[in-house]
Write a protein of this length. Structure first.
Length: 695
C-alpha cells in the first residue's frame, strides 16, 4: 500500500506530527504520566500470510511519536493484541508505522489492518493496510479517514502524500506491450509485478491446479485426435465438455436455428456489437433480382426494427498460418429484424465488403439452401469470436481495467477518498493481464496456435479497436442509446447493464457527497485532476478526442468518471467473460478459426462446412482454454462484497451497505425473472459479477 523507506516515512511525520496543535487535548510531550494504548493487529488468512519475524511498531500522533519496540509476532489469520504504556500523550493518532525485523528466516507478512484504542482515538482508530510487509522496509499506515489535500488544513499529511506517490510512481511504472495500444503495467512476467498485485496463495493454487488439470486432459485425449478426423458436424461431440450448466447443451441442440443465432447478439457472449440501423449500410450492395430483399429491409428500417452487426473492423486483417496451413478471416455484415415477440432474426448476410472493380459479394438469405445459409452464419460466428475475445473482452474489459488501476496507483494517495473507493476493484488485474499477454496473445501463445487472427492479425485488431474506445461506449446509458437498444425488451443485457450502472452510480454519488460538498471541491482537488489526466492522456494515449475528460469540473462529472471505472472493472468485463463456456463449448457455434475460404457459391455440403471449421486438435484446444477461463471461479469476490475496509467511520460503511442491499435486490429479481425464461441471462447478476478483473 505505501511502503516508504524508513527515513522518508519518519521524516514526513517528524516534520509535522511533533508540532503542538491548538486543537489538541490532554497533556503534551514531556508529561511523566504513562498512557495506555491497546493495539489489535490483523494478519491475512491466506496461506503464508503470517510471518516468523518480529514486527517493530511505532504510534504517531499529533504530539509526537512513540517507539513501541519489537512487540509483535504476526500469526496467520489471527488478530494479535498488545497493550502498551507510552510515556507521553500522543494526541490524535495520525499513523502507525511498522517494520519487520530480519530473523534467521525472512518471511513476508500480509497485514490487513491495525486498530488502536486509547486517548485521542475517540473510541478506536482504524489503520487499513491490506498489503505485504517485506524485507526491512518501514510501512506507514495512516488513519483510515479519507482526506483530500484541501481537507488537511494543518498540512499534517502533505509530505506523506507526496512521498507515497513518488514511491508508487517508481513501483507502478507504465510499460508498453505493442505500439498504439493502451498502456499496461511495466514488467515482462508476473514476477516483475509489485508484490501487492500478485495472486494470493488460494487464487494462485486454484489457477495453477485447474490449468494443469485441463492440460492433462488435453494431452491424454488430444493424442487420439491425430488418428480421427471430423467427417460430419456431429463429430464435434468428441470434444464437447461436460459442464454444470444447461446452456452449452441447449446451444448444441439448437445452434442451427435463426432465433438462437440472433439471440446471441442480444444476450450472448458478446452483446457489444449489435446496433439499430439508422439507414441501410453503404456496404450492402443488393444485386439486380433482390428487389424483394431491399423492400423488406426498407420496411423494417421504416418501422425502426432493423438492426445490424458490422464486422468491418476485420476487413484486411492478415489471417494466421497454422502449421503451414493458411487460415481465413472475413468481415461480414448481418442485417436482422426485431420481431414483435422479441426474437431477433437474421435477414441477410454479406460475408465480405464490396471491392472496387469486383462483382458485388454474394448475399446469403434464410431462403437459401440450408447448408449454404448455415455456413454463412458460421462465418459470422467465427468473426464474432474474434471481435468478442479481442475487442470486447480483452481490450474493453481487461486492458481498460488495467489502465484505470495503474493510473490510480500512480496518482491517488491512499488517503484519497477516490483511491479508497476504487482500490477493491483492482485486485489481481495486473497479474491476470500479464499472464494473458504472455500466454494467450504472445508469440506462440494460444492465438498464434489455434485462432485465425493469431500471429499478428490479433494485434492489428486491437490497434484498430483502440480508435473505437469512446467515453460514451464505456457508459451503458450512452452506449445503449447510441446503439438503439434502450427499451428493447428482449435485450436482457441492456436492461441489466442499465440497472447495474444505476446502482453503481448511486453508490458513487453517495460516497462522493461525503467528501465533495460542491463542484468547487472537485475542481480544486489537484490530485483528482492529475489522476483524470493520467487515465485519459497517458494510459489511454490521448483519448480526449474520443470524449474522455482531461479534467473534472463538477461532482456530476466526477461521479460519471468513477462509475465508469467501477463498471468497467466489474460489469463490462463480466458481460463479456461469463458467456464463454456457454456459447463456445459447441465448436460450430463459435469456431476459433476457419480453414477454408468463404464460399463463392451456394452449392455447399456438410463436408464443405466441416472442412472449413477447426480440425479436432484446434477444437480441443479451444475447449481446453474456454473451460479453463470460462468456468465459474471458486476463488472470487462478488461485486461490492470485498472485506477490505479502506474507509474509517460509519458513514462510508453505511454507503457500502446500501450498495450491497441494492445489489442483493437486483440479484434476487434476476433470479426470479430467469426462472420464467426459456433462456436465462445471468452474466450481469451481481452475485456472479466479480469485484475486479481477475480471470
Ligand atoms: Fe476475462
Amino acid at each position: 500500500m505505501k511502503p516508504l523507506p524508513r527515513k522518508q516515512g519518519r521524516d514526513a511525520f517528524l516534520e509535522t506530527a511533533g508540532k503542538p496543535s491548538r486543537d489538541s487535548e490532554g497533556p503534551s510531550r514531556g508529561s511523566a504520566e504513562m498512557v495506555k494504548y491497546k493495539i489489535l493487529v490483523a494478519t491475512g488468512d491466506s496461506v503464508f500470510a503470517g510471518s516468523a519475524n518480529l514486527v517493530h511498531l511505532w504510534l504517531v500522533g499529533e504530539h509526537g511519536e512513540a517507539d513501541l519496540g519489537k512487540q509483535l509476532r504476526p500469526l496467520l489469520g489471527r488478530k494479535t493484541e498488545l497493550e502498551v504504556d507510552v510515556p507521553l500523550h500522543l494526541g490524535r493518532l495520525l499513523a502507525v508505522k511498522l517494520r519487520k525485523q530480519k530473523g534467521l528466516l525472512d518471511s513476508d507478512w500480509f497485514c490487513k489492518s491495525i486498530t488502536v484504542q486509547g486517548p485521542g482515538t475517540q473510541g478506536e482508530a482504524f489503520f487499513p493496510c491490506y498489503s505485504w510487509v517485506q524485507g526491512k522496509e518501514t510501512i506507514c499506515l495512516t488513519e483510515g479517514t479519507a482526506l483530500k489535500v484541501t481537507d488537511d488544513t494543518q498540512n499534517l499529511f502533505r509530505k506523506y502524500r507526496e512521498q507515497e506517490l513518488e514511491n508508487r510512481r517508481n513501483v507502478y511504472r507504465w510499460g508498453s506491450w505493442k505500439e498504439g495500444l493502451i498502456l499496461p503495467i511495466a514488467g515482462s512476467t508476473e514476477r516483475d509485478l509489485p508484490r501487492n498485485q500478485r495472486f494470493m496463495k488460494d487464487k494462485d493454487l486454484d489457477f495453477s491446479l485447474s490449468l494443469v488439470k485441463e492440460l492433462k486432459n488435453f494431452a491424454i485425449k488430444g493424442t487420439l485426435d491425430f488418428v480421427s478426423r471430423v467427417q460430419k458436424l456431429e463429430d464435434y461431440q468428441k470434444v464437447f465438455p461436460h459442464t454444470k450448466t444447461a446452456l452449452p447443451e441447449r446451444v448444441r441442440g439448437s445452434w442451427k436455428e435463426d432465433a438462437l443465432f440472433g439471440y446471441q447478439f442480444l444476450n450472448g457472449a458478446n452483446p457489444m456489437l449489435l446496433r439499430r440501423s439508422m439507414r441501410l449500410p453503404a456496404r450492402l450492395v443488393l444485386p439486380p433480382g433482390m428487389e424483394d430483399v431491399q423492400t423488406q429491409l426498407e420496411k423494417e428500417l421504416k418501422a425502426g426494427s432493423l438492426f445490424e452487426v458490422d464486422f468491418s473492423l476485420l476487413d484486411g486483417v492478415k489471417p494466421n498460418i497454422i502449421i503451414f496451413k493458411q487460415q481465413y478471416v472475413t468481415a461480414p455484415l448481418v442485417m436482422l429484424k426485431l420481431q414483435p415477440d422479441g426474437r431477433l432474426l437474421p435477414m441477410v448476410i454479406q460475408l465480405q465488403p464490396p471491392r472496387h472493380g469486383c462483382p458485388p459479394p454474394l448475399l446469403f438469405l434464410p431462403s437459401d439452401p440450408p447448408m449454404a445459409w448455415l455456413l454463412a452464419k458460421i462465418w459470422v460466428r467465427s468473426s464474432d469470436f474474434q471481435l468478442h475475445q479481442l475487442q470486447s473482452h480483452l481490450l474493453r474489459g481487461h486492458l481498460m481495467a488495467e489502465v484505470i488501476s495503474v493510473a490510480t496507483m500512480r496518482s491517488l494517495p491512499s488517503l484519497h477518498p477516490i483511491y479508497k473507493l476504487l482500490a477493491p476493484h483492482f485486485r489481481y488485474t495486473m497479474e491476470i493481464n500479464t499472464l494473458a499477454r504472455n500466454n494467450l496473445v504472445s508469440e506462440w501463445g494460444i492465438f498464434d496456435l489455434v485462432v485465425s487472427t493469431g500471429s499478428g492479425g490479433h494485434v492489428d485488431i486491437l490497434q484498430r479497436a483502440t480508435s473505437c474506445l469512446t467515453y460514451r461506449s464505456f457508459c451503458p446509458p450512452d452506449d445503449l442509446a447510441d446503439r438503439g437498444l434502450v427499451g428493447v425488451k428482449s435485450s436482457l443485457y441492456a436492461q441489466d447493464a442499465l440497472r447495474l450502472w444505476e446502482i453503481i452510480s448511486r453508490y458513487v454519488e453517495r460516497m462522493v457527497e461525503l467528501f465533495y460538498r460542491s463542484d468547487t471541491d472537485v475542481k480544486e482537488d489537484p490530485e483528482l485532476q492529475v489522476w483524470c489526466r493520467e487515465v485519459t492522456e497517458v494510459g489511454l494515449l490521448g483519448a480526449q478526442d474520443r470524449g474522455f475528460p482531461l479534467s473534472l469540473e463538477s461532482r456530476a462529472e466526477l461521479c460519471r468518471f468513477v462509475a465508469m471505472c467501477i463498471f468497467t472493472c466489474t460489469g463490462q468485463h463480466a458481460s463479456t467473460h461469463l458467456g464463454q463456456l456457454d456459447w463456445y463449448a459447441w465448436i460450430p457455434n463459435g469456431p476459433c478459426t476457419m480453414r477454408k475460404p468463404p464460399p463463392i457459391s451456394k452449392d455447399v455440403t456438410e463436408r464443405d462446412i466441416v472442412d472449413s471449421l477447426p480440425c479436432l486438435q484446434q477444437a480441443r484446444m479451444q475447449i481446453t482454454v474456454t473451460k479453463f477461463l470460462g468456468r465459474r471461479q471458486p476463488v472470487m469476490v462478488a461485486l461490492g462484497q470485498h472485506k477490505e475496509e479502506y474507509f474509517s467511520g460509519p458513514r462510508p460503511r453505511d454507503v457500502l451497505k446500501q450498495f450491497q442491499e441494492e445489489l442483493a435486490i437486483m440479484d434476487k429479481e434476476i433470479e426470479v425473472r430467469n426462472a420464467s425464461l426459456d433462456l436465462p441471462y445471468e452474466y450481469l447478476r451481481p452475485s456472479l459479477v466479480e469485484n475486479s478483473v481477475t480471470i
